[in-house]
Design a protein around this ligand. Structure first.
Ligand code: ADP
Ligand code: MG
Length: 628
């Protein structure tokens, strides 16, 4: 509870005590009114001020105005008729109780989110003359060696140059098992170092590090509004004036008709009904609970390692009916090992030597495995003119001859013939040519990720109608993977731009309400991620392009997280819809009852505050979507 909340709680309690006490004071009329004005002002002065400001600025139609109008009206009715002023005070009181509750709930969920986003490091340790100096992470230059002690957060992305330890990635990925790291491993900021002292050479500036990216993402999430949210704010803008006009009509029209037909106009009855109508009509529950639900949903998702960039993405994700996957790195590990070398015009060693050299600078997962297969890569050979052709492979000049390492397409484009590998495998075949002469191929075994099959199956179970795989790899490998995983449609031998085209075709063919999501690993998929209705980047920490492009960022590369993300979005949207229908339904019912004279102001305020409290509680549930 913060200070304002404490103060308001005291006001509420004080006003309730006074109000109940004054019921037993034996005075009448104006004296009684003056008495009840004390708790009324105590609990409602800020509302009155806000309503006054609204009128001065010609924007009177907000809930403060509604409350002021209703309570002042109730006092006038009391003065003219039944002498009851409790009601006016009670309406204000309950309204404030509702407000208090809501601010408490919002504060709670905000706190929850910042707590789970408690990954911002406050310093980086730099060694100077044998002593550790705490430095602002912002001031650490790329390439500096920083020291992270056990228990500290890793402040900046980098590579371990000394030490081994276990790190907890929980705050980032939702994964509770610690990960072992040692010299040479890359580590990302935001993880907590658990056991040993680590010396890390930073590879990024703080502002470009994972931690900063994530914080930025979460901080901006609330500004990207969903359609439901926009609908609600537009709705409130039209709704309030309409209700006020309806109330005026209700107060004036029936008495006039009665008067003209010679009956008793009963002004106070109709004015009272109109005031009740106003109290009921306050749309607070909707206006408050919808953004709160999304907010809580985004918080809940990030707890599970699913970063959603805004409530519009939650809404889109919940409507997804087709999920399109990239193969390498998304469904398969992309961590390869060379399993066989089939030389034709050269020996095994030459082939591996060439491949490893050409791949020296590539970040593609294939590159790492080719480099690993030829350990003494740094042997003084001259490499120049390296060109990475996205989705095909690499060409370069090695000791003066033009080497090409990659797919069949690449071989064709350098004018080399290709020998098909006769073996059956899930892995990839990398062809090697030199000066347009085919030298042979290298077989790499890629393995399907542990959770991939379950991911595809569970997506189906959660209402996804179609799964599709797009890959730059050969047809044989692609269909073998697709069959193993139970994927519905496969398109192979695609270049990155072909992937965009295929995805656009899928988007073209879908119904407007059934969206298409694309999940990729972000190595060369950023264009496809951008083009999808919902772009999902997985394990993308480190790939800035993918984080920029994506709507949803999965913190680790487990494909089951995709199902998780869809599930979380569906649950969050379900909560939003429950709130919309429930509060609109109750409102409508009360409005009708109020207009007909079956509901008095007490029922009205109970309905209003009650609905709001229930909606806010329901919204808070979204914080726990990851557990539902
Ligand atoms: P996917 O679409 O399955 O993610 P990519 O588009 O990354 O696969 O790559 C498609 C194909 O292009 C690979 O199967 C490989 O034959 C070739 N290729 C891409 N990058 C490289 C590279 N760095 N070295 C060798 N071959 C590559
Ligand atoms: Mg890929």
């Amino acid at each position: 509870m913060n200070r304002k909340q404490k103060k308001n709680l005291i006001r509420i309690i004080l006003a309730s005590v006074l109000m109940i006490g004054f019921i037993f004071v034996p005075v009448d009329g104006v004296w009684k009114l003056l008495l009840f004005l004390i708790p009324y002002f105590i609990v409602g002065y800020d509302i009155l001020i806000k309503a006054g400001k609204g009128i001065i600025h010609f924007q009177p139609f907000d809930e403060c105005f509604l409350m002021t109008l209703a309570t002042v009206g109730a006092m006038i009715v009391g003065l003219m008729g039944d002498g009851d002023f409790v009601e006016a005070v009670a309406v204000m009181l309950f309204y404030q109780i509702g407000e208090w509750f809501q601010s408490y709930a919002v504060g709670k969920s905000r706190k929850n989110i910042t707590e789970l986003m408690d990954i911002r490091p406050d310093h980086a340790n730099i060694e100077k003359d044998g002593e550790l100096v705490e430095t602002d992470p912002d001031e650490v230059e790329v390439g500096t060696v920083i020291v992270v002690k056990p228990g500290e957060k890793i402040p900046i992305d980098g590579v371990i140059v000394e030490g081994e330890s276990a790190v907890n990635t929980g705050a980032l990925t939702g994964e509770s098992l610690p990960k072992d790291v040692m010299t040479g491993d890359e580590v990302i900021s935001g993880c907590v170092n658990l056991s040993g002292v680590l010396r890390i050479r930073t590879t990024k500036e703080f502002g470009e590090s994972t931690v900063s990216k994530i914080l930025e993402l979460v901080e901006n999430a609330s500004s990207r509004k969903s359609r439901s949210e926009n609908f609600i704010s537009k709705f409130a803008r039209i709704y309030t004036p309409v209700v006020v006009i309806a109330a005026v009509v209700l107060a004036v029209l029936p008495p006039l008709i009665f008067m003209m037909t010679g009956g008793d106009p009963r002004w106070t009855v109709w004015i009272y009904r109109a005031l009740t109508f106003l109290v009921i009509s306050c749309p607070c529950a909707l206006v408050i609970s919808i953004p709160l639900s999304f907010f809580a949903g985004i918080g809940g998702a990030s707890r599970a390692g699913v970063l959603v960039k805004g409530s519009n993405c939650i809404e889109a994700l919940s409507k997804t009916k087709t999920v399109v996957f990239d193969k390498t790195g998304t469904l398969t590990k992309g961590v390869f090992e060379v399993t066989a070398v089939h030389p034709e015009k050269a020996d095994e060693n030459t082939l591996l030597h060439l491949a490893a050299h050409v791949e020296r600078y590539s970040t593609h997962p294939i590159a790492a495995s080719l480099r690993a297969a030829y350990p003494d890569e740094a042997d003084g050979c001259e490499i120049s003119d390296v060109k990475e052709i996205s989705g095909q492979g690499i060409t370069a000049l090695v000791n003066g001859s033009a080497a090409a390492v990659g797919s069949e397409k690449l071989m064709m484009s350098v004018g080399s013939e290709v020998t098909q590998c006769p073996h059956d495998h899930t892995g990839t075949v990398i062809h090697v040519a030199s000066d347009g002469v085919y030298l042979g191929h290298i077989e790499i075994s890629d393995v399907i990720k542990d959770g991939a099959e379950e991911a595809v199956r569970s997506l189906k179970a959660s209402g996804i109608k179609k799964t599709v795989m797009l890959t730059g790899d050969s047809k044989r490998v692609a269909s073998s993977v697709a069959v193993k995983l139970g994927i519905d449609e496969v398109y192979s031998e695609l270049l990155p731009q072909d992937k965009v085209e295929k995805l656009e075709a899928l988007i073209e063919a879908r119904k407007p309400s059934e969206l298409v999501a694309f999940a990729g690993d972000g190595i060369n998929d950023a264009p496809v991620i951008t083009r999808a209705d919902v772009g999902i980047a997985m394990g993308a920490l480190g790939s800035d392009a993918a984080i920029e492009a994506a709507d949803v960022v999965l913190m680790d590369d487990d494909p089951r997280k995709i199902t998780r993300a869809v599930g979380i979005a569906q649950k969050c949207m379900a909560i939003v819809k429950q709130n919309i229908w429930f509060s609109l339904g109750v409102k409508l019912l009360c409005l009708v009852l109020g207009a007909l004279g079956f509901a008095n102001m007490w029922t009205a305020i109970f309905a209003d505050v009650g609905v709001m409290v229930l909606c806010v509680l329901n919204a808070i549930r979204a914080l726990f979507v990851s557990r539902l």
